[in-house]
Design a protein around this ligand. Structure first.
Ligand code: LLP
Length: 867
């Protein structure tokens, strides 16, 4: 009978903060035991030095010239470790650390100190990990764990790399990952199933100590993983994993739960600090999965990096690097000058500078330099430029930032990046580079732009579908959501009314249900902004009579865009003062203007045509002009109503002609209006609009109010940030304070009603087809058009099984004969979802029922309002 295969290894790595407290060592012990028990594996744990110790050792080295200071520094380190041993771990320092402390003191007195010999420096630096691992092993043994200790230098051997200097060969080494059966057998022969070792250190060719460069401990774990053919390497750290952007810049950044090696490498290289890029390759070469976990929150999925059988195309991360220097080189010779590239690149090598991005044209080469110590601390750039000046005209552009979209198959995504390109189109882009491995697209811009642009770009990538966040195998929760204590998630009103809603659904679906309390609460939120003189609800979002009544009661006026809407408003609210109604049509027929004027509501004119063609209608009337400030904004190009491509409004340069036409007709311009988009979160938008309106009003001279439109966004994705009403209010207060002579009007639709409405549907069929599961609903794009029309996201839940755990992702589709009839993709409805279950589509109160249709002869949804 063949001998049973030896148990596989799992490598765990813990950094400085994870080894600097007793409780953290308890966690390490528990995780080692659990991992061994659960996976039937042996566990090797690699640790860093206690927090701050490596820096202290480096300071000791830096002060090497002063023997007394060196000895004192060593003494301080001895004391730090002894205190930690006694006070924190409750162990006897002499017994545990005696030999180590002796070694440390001996190094301080070593004759190699005076010249700071490189091998001496390496030995000094190694003491941090040797001490922490010794302390940890002693503590865990005292807790009853049968744990071995092994010197990493017995296993990790350095390899030399071409062009490596003396310093790098000792203090920034790479290790061999070429394993052999003999080494594996030797490693396996160790008597313990649980082992502790050090990160950061290795054995040099001469038998002395060598130090891995930055990110050394992670890399050690990766080397060990590769050498012993580990089942996986787990990097335990103090963040939940890698994110789709830096969460400090972009709180909506998503946890990346699964990446392939190449993508992870690219993300680590282009900015993310969680993992050093160097540690991915050893794992990739050996096919060992690498898993980033959060020590404080082991229940989170972390980021798993592995070779992916089924790659998910799409942008996985957006990263930015600051401190980028661009060097632009213009050839002074002739077109197609042979050897120009070789000439300039040779000079970069000569000055020890590594080039990152490259852009070329017939006569120019522009490159970016990786930020490096060298660049900051010396005048190497000056020397390089002087040298380059012999062969070309040089220009340095700095400081810049490189903003990179990372993801597999980026070239296949270009059609989804329209919005991203137009965002960059507003800024000065110095260089665009698309990597030859089809994994990244980088824009180099002025450094000061980078921070502000990141949240917007991240939002655009999600909205355009370029970043497929509903791929639940790859994208986890957002940073914001992870930061919320369990249960602190937005409590939507419908959660508390589940039974009631299920009863109503039993009476028939598709069915829209509106919660009037939510509408009232939103109305009061806006009423609290004192800078606003008048509020109007854009009834196109939802003209349900109960909603109109609530809003009118709460003091809101109503904004209409057709004679039909006007008739509806006065049918529902016969006593409403026409002064509280706006009429803001687009390309409406003459009769509708006549109707509105006869009703006495505020009429808006948004082109010269009505005044030019029907002047008699407007004689003696007060009118409002709709201005197009020249730009649009909003969640989708189809809802942007400003700028050259939009049919709405008067371009600012057309205003004088319209003012003349109004004068000729005998109309008086009393207001200016602009609404240039919908679903906007950046509150600076309204400031820009107001500024254009105010300056146009100054020119006209008869204007009394400025209506800055609606457009306030809501968070359709429960992971996304809610609209910042306080920031909106602050903008409004400031604009009013700046131009108090103009009354301030607003006319939002969505924000007041979207979250108040849900669409109830009934599941019809559950079908698996070629690896995709679909849950059918009794209505789709006929009841709610937004997903099909804009790719809009709406949360969908199985109301019948609200408490069941999320299952395998499914697409939720409707019954319409169009392939676009999909309400949501890759939604994790419970696996038990079946025919007859009630599905709830959230945030459907705005632009839901109003856009429903009877396509395929399907009946319109019913509607009801909850008092
Ligand atoms: N004022 C005017 C002149 C408008 O045209 C609109 C919306 C609003 C105000 C209200 O905008 P809100 O605050 O709701 O963003 N069907 C699209 C939205 C189209 C908006 C049309 N105009 C959607 O479902 O996203």
């Amino acid at each position: 009978m063949p001998a049973a295969a030896p148990a596989p290894w799992i490598v765990l790595k813990f950094g400085g903060t994870s080894v600097s407290k007793r409780s953290r060592w308890d966690t390490i012990g528990r995780l080692m035991r659990e991992t061994a028990g659960r996976d039937g594996a042996r566990v090797l744990t690699v640790v860093s030095a206690l927090s701050g110790v490596t820096n202290a050792l480096q300071a000791l080295i830096d002060g090497h010239a002063d023997a007394g200071a060196t000895a004192a520094a060593a003494e301080a380190l001895v004391e730090r470790h002894e205190r930690f041993c006694a006070d924190e771990l409750g162990l006897d320092p002499q017994a545990v650390l005696g030999a180590r402390m002796q070694a440390l003191r001996a190094l301080a007195a070593d004759p190699r100190r005076a010249a700071a010999a490189l091998d001496w420096q390496a030995e000094v630096l190694a003491q941090g990990e040797l001490c922490s691992s010794t302390l940890g092993a002693a503590y865990l043994r005292a807790q009853g764990l049968d744990i071995g200790w092994t010197d990493a230098r017995d296993w990790l051997r350095t390899v030399s790399i071409p062009n490596q200097g003396e310093w790098a060969r000792r203090l920034s080494v790479s290790c061999s990952t070429a394993s052999d059966d003999a080494l594996r057998a030797r490693f396996a022969a160790q008597p313990h199933a649980l082992l502790l070792s050090q990160g950061f250190i290795a054995r040099a060719d001469d038998g002395g100590t060598a130090i891995l460069g930055r990110g050394g401990s992670d890399t050690s774990a990766a080397y060990f993983g590769a050498l012993v053919g580990a089942r996986r390497v787990e990097i335990w750290t103090d963040v939940p994993g890698m994110f789709s952007a830096n969460p400090r810049q972009v709180p909506d950044a998503r946890l990346l739960t699964r990446l392939d090696y190449e993508e992870a490498q690219e993300i680590a290289t282009t900015g993310a600090k969680v993992l050093h890029p160097r540690c991915i390759q050893p794992c990739r070469d050996a096919g060992v999965p690498l898993w980033i976990r959060d020590t404080d929150r082991p229940e989170l999925p972390g980021t798993e990096i592995c070779g992916s059988a089924a790659p998910v195309p799409g942008v996985k991360a957006l990263s930015s690097r600051r401190g980028i220097v661009l060097v632009s080189m213009e050839s002074i010779g002739m077109w197609q000058q042979v050897g120009f590239t070789a000439d300039v690149f040779e000079r970069f090598k000569r000055h020890g500078l590594s080039i990152d991005l490259i852009g070329t044209s017939q006569t120019n080469i522009t490159v970016s330099l990786d930020p490096s110590e060298n660049l900051v601390s010396s005048n190497v750039l000056e020397a390089l430029c002087a040298d380059l000046a012999h062969v070309c005209r040089v220009k340095v552009i700095a400081p810049c930032a490189a903003i990179t979209l990372v993801g597999r198959g980026i070239r296949g995504l270009l059609h989804r990046l329209t919005e991203v390109w137009s965002e960059f189109g507003r800024e000065r882009v110095h260089l665009i580079s698309q990597s030859s491995n089809d994994l990244n697209l980088t824009f180099v811009v002025d450094e000061e732009l980078a921070d502000g642009i990141m949240p917007r770009l991240h939002g655009l990538l999600i909205a355009s579908g370029a970043m497929p966040v509903d791929e639940t195998a790859v994208f986890g929760p957002s940073w914001r959501r992870l930061g919320l204590p369990e249960g602190a998630r937005r409590e939507a009103w419908w959660m508390a009314r589940r039974d009631d809603l299920l009863d109503r659904a039993a009476a028939g679906t598709p069915r829209y249900v509106y919660d009037l309390d939510t509408v009232r609460a939103r109305a009061r939120g806006l009423a609290g902004i004192a800078a606003v003189d008048r509020r109007f609800f854009a009834i196109k979002a939802n003209p349900h009579p109960a909603i109109l009544r609530v809003l009118a009661e709460e003091g809101s006026g109503l904004e209409c865009v057709s004679a039909g809407e006007l008739a509806h408003v006065f049918a529902v609210l016969p006593d409403l003062d026409p002064g509280r109604v706006l009429f803001t049509p687009s390309f409406a027929p003459r009769a509708e203007y006549a109707d509105a004027l006869a009703r006495g509501v505020h009429v808006t004119v948004d082109s010269v045509a009505p005044l030019r063609d029907w002047p008699e209608l407007f004689a003696g009337r007060e009118i409002t002009l709709r201005i197009d400030p020249g730009f649009g904004s909003g969640h989708h190009e189809k809802v942007r109503t400003g700028g050259k491509g939009a049919k709405f409004g008067l371009a600012v340069d057309a205003v004088p002609a319209v003012v003349a036409a109004a004068a000729a007709a005998g109309a008086r311009i009393v207001g200016l209006h602009a609404h240039i988009g919908s679903g906007i979160h950046d509150t600076a938008h309204w400031r820009e609009v107001h500024a254009v309106l105010a300056s146009t009003a100054d020119e006209i001279g008869t204007v009394a109010f400025l209506d800055i439109g609606g457009g306030l966004g809501i968070a359709y994705d429960p992971d996304a940030e809610a609209f910042d009403l306080a920031a909106y209010a602050r903008e409004l207060v400031e604009m009013k304070a700046a131009r108090p002579e103009y009354a301030l009007w607003i006319e939002p639709g969505r924000w007041l009603v979207a979250e108040a409405g849900v669409l109830l549907l009934t599941a019809t069929q559950v079908v698996d087809k070629q690896g995709v599961r679909r849950v059918g609903a009794d209505a789709g794009m006929n009841a709610l058009l937004r997903p099909a029309l804009y790719g809009a996201f709406h949360e969908i839940v199985n109301l019948s099984r609200l408490d069941a755990p999320p299952g395998t992702p499914v697409d939720v589709v409707g019954p319409i004969c169009e392939s676009g009839d999909v309400l949501g993709r890759r939604r994790r409805l419970p696996d038990a979802t079946r025919e007859g279950d009630v599905l709830l589509v959230a945030d459907a109160g705005a632009y839901g029922m109003v856009m429903a249709n009877t396509y395929n002869q399907r009946a319109l949804p019913v509607e009801e309002a909850l008092a």
